[in-house]
Design a protein around this ligand. Structure first.
Ligand code: MG
Ligand code: ZN
Length: 222
């Protein structure tokens, strides 16, 4: 047992080094990248589909989809118009920097402005693995319940934005928005938040505008 903690620390620091290499590679090509995390079923893939449709023509989009075993999500992203690479993690419950490195090698980064990385659906370990992306976004959804920030603080603490999806279900599901937001505020004060519904389209324009602005700011800072 005493061996375990150092082993985990070494894996994480090796991962962080590789994440920095991934970041350097993205920066050399001028590609802004975001890491999208969520529990299974929160609507990551739907949000990405809407994002690809909403930003195609404005930005050149690429996608890396992490999934335990299928290529369904990459297929959906491609159908929506993005260059997409699927990573099957072979059972792993998160993406790591090595997986992203191999996916980057399969994309023509010079042809991209924005790269969206869809992490594996999981509210625990994805937050511990840096990938080299510039910003990270957590997608929460109303049916998951209003206690998630309290149960999974690690996921809420480090992200740059929280998307609250499926707000069309608010009339049908017990969900105290104030309680949920108090939980977020305690962990990540002032974090950017979006309330939206991929089903009805409500709130999507604000999310798309934010993402477009992130890419613009990234370019201006270079
Ligand atoms: Mg998905
Ligand atoms: Zn994991």
């Amino acid at each position: 047992m005493p061996q375990r903690v150092p082993v985990v620390e070494n894996i994480l620091s090796a991962n962080d080094r590789l994440a920095l290499e991934n970041r350097a590679r993205l920066d050399a090509a001028g590609v802004f990248a975001i890491n999208i995390m969520a529990s299974p079923g929160a609507g990551k893939t739907s949000l990405i589909e809407h994002t690809v449709r909403g930003l195609t023509g404005k930005l050149r989009l690429g996608m890396i989809n992490g999934d335990i075993a299928t290529s369904l999500d990459a297929d959906r992203a491609r159908a929506a118009g993005a260059a997409a690479v699927q990573i099957n993690t072979g059972g792993d419950c998160h993406l790591d920097a090595v997986m992203v490195q191999s996916a980057l090698a399969q994309l023509d980064l010079s042809a991209l402005d924005l790269l969206i990385v869809e992490n594996v659906g999981n509210l625990v370990c994805p937050a511990s693995f840096q990938l080299g992306t510039h910003k990270s976004v957590l997608v929460a959804s109303i049916p998951e319940g209003d206690d998630k920030p309290y149960k999974y603080p690690g996921m809420y603490r480090g992200v740059d934005a929280v998307v609250i999806n499926k707000i069309d279900l608010l009339p049908y599901v017990p969900f105290r928005m104030d309680y949920f937001k108090q939980g977020i505020a305690a962990l990540n004060p002032g974090v950017t938040q979006f309330e939206l519904s991929c089903r009805t389209g409500e709130g999507l324009p604000a999310w798309l505008a934010w993402l477009e602005a992130q890419v613009r700011e990234y370019r201006q800072a270079r």
